[in-house]
Design a binder for this molecule. Structure first.
Ligand code: 5GP
Length: 345
């Protein structure tokens, strides 16, 4: 299959952290002329490089110094949307952790409003992409902060007329215990917000089972260590499978941060063979030097997927989006219209 096929393939992106998705070109423009000592090329893993989770999270800290003001955040969000649209992503749910920065006066409110403005401005340009937003809770935060994020999500879902669709749990999986956030997740569910939780990125079977049973998330991020041979349990697999909880799978991210030893070993195969809903995603296309086009291509190469299987993988991702049936139907119709043209590449 040609690169052109993967690029032309209409795609859905459901796991993209805004500050991890910054292209090198955008980063260059942000750093230029600033009092920041980073070389933009050092704020990402180059092809073939790997790093520990600790190193990955150190990079995010540095990136946050670059995007510590509304102007930079606006540019980043605007550019990221354009870049995904260019590679034929037709629907994306971006996620980001609302942040306040005392040094620049950025508040959580101005943070969210800036991201929503960039999304609105892109919509005005009639780009062929639908953009939604998920607000993230960082595992390092307190329950009170998590509750505040849920309240902000409720408020901005109304104000944005449905652009905000849900809540994410992310941040260093080796830090803290996600159980403490259960009241916040329940509050989010009470208000009809969807939940996309990073679960089992590292072996944590007790935490994983507790969250699954208490919350039943709408999607799982990574789910690297759900299976018994990766530090999970059969009960966990059975729970996820019987509840058909879709998995957001980010192959290169897991290889680069060494939570999976190689593409061949990626848990995509385990779940795909079970016919479980799997959505190929990038995670952090900037930090991990990838694109959704590349992630589809590498999945097809590694697991020897046919053109039709790749198409189905992308088409079936529509089932897992956090939008209503009308939007799903609109996307399905778009995929059908594009199919002949794409399949000929
Ligand atoms: P932001 O929320 O600032 O837009 O995006 C960066 C943040 O996303 C990071 O600080 C981290 O909390 C979260 N993040 C990005 N990639 C990963 C990942 O692979 N695993 C986890 N657990 N969190 C991540």
């Amino acid at each position: 299959m040609s690169e052109d096929f993967f690029k032309k393939l209409p795609k859905v992106e459901l796991h993209a952290h805004i500050n991890g998705s910054i292209s090198e070109s955008t980063m260059h423009q942000l750093v230029e002329g600033k009092q920041i000592t980073y070389n933009p090329a050092s704020l990402k893993f180059k092809k073939g490089e790997t790093g520990t989770l600790k190193e990955v999270f150190k990079l995010f800290k540095q990136i946050h110094e670059v995007t510590n003001n509304e102007k930079a955040l606006y540019k980043v969000t605007y550019d990221v949307i354009h870049e995904f649209a260019e590679e034929n992503v037709k629907y994306i749910e971006l996620r980001t952790t609302p942040r306040e920065e005392l040094s620049t006066g950025m508040t959580k409110t101005s943070y969210i409003e800036t991201v929503l403005k960039a999304i609105r401005d892109c919509a005005k340009e009639n780009l062929d992409i639908i953009v939604k937003l998920i607000l993230a809770i960082d595992r390092r935060q307190t329950l009170q902060v998590a509750m505040d994020t849920v309240q902000l999500a409720v408020k901005y879902r109304e104000e944005s007329k449905g652009v905000v669709v849900g809540i994410d749990l992310s941040g260093d999986p080796n830090v803290g215990n996600a159980d403490v956030f259960i009241p916040a997740f329940k509050e989010a569910q009470k208000h009809g917000l969807k939940l996309a939780l990073h679960l089992a990125e590292v072996p944590a079977p007790e935490e994983t089972m507790t969250l699954l049973q208490e919350i039943i998330p709408d999607r799982i991020g990574h789910g690297t260590c759900l299976q018994p041979d990766a530090g999970g349990t059969r009960d966990i697999v059975q729970f996820v499978e019987s509840h058909k909880i879709p998995l957001e799978l980010c192959l290169s991210s897991n290889i680069i941060n060494m939570t999976v030893p190689g593409y061949d070993n990626h848990h995509f195969k385990f779940w795909y063979d079970l016919n479980h809903p799997c959505v190929i995603c990038t995670d952090d296309k900037g930090v991990f030097s990838t694109s959704l086009t590349e992630e589809y291509s590498v999945a097809a190469d590694t697991f020897q997927l046919s053109r039709e299987q790749v198409w189905e993988l992308s088409y079936n991702s529509i089932n897992s989006i956090f939008s209503d049936d009308n939007t799903k139907q609109l996307l399905r119709d778009k995929w059908k219209t594009l199919k002949d043209n794409v399949q000929n590449h």
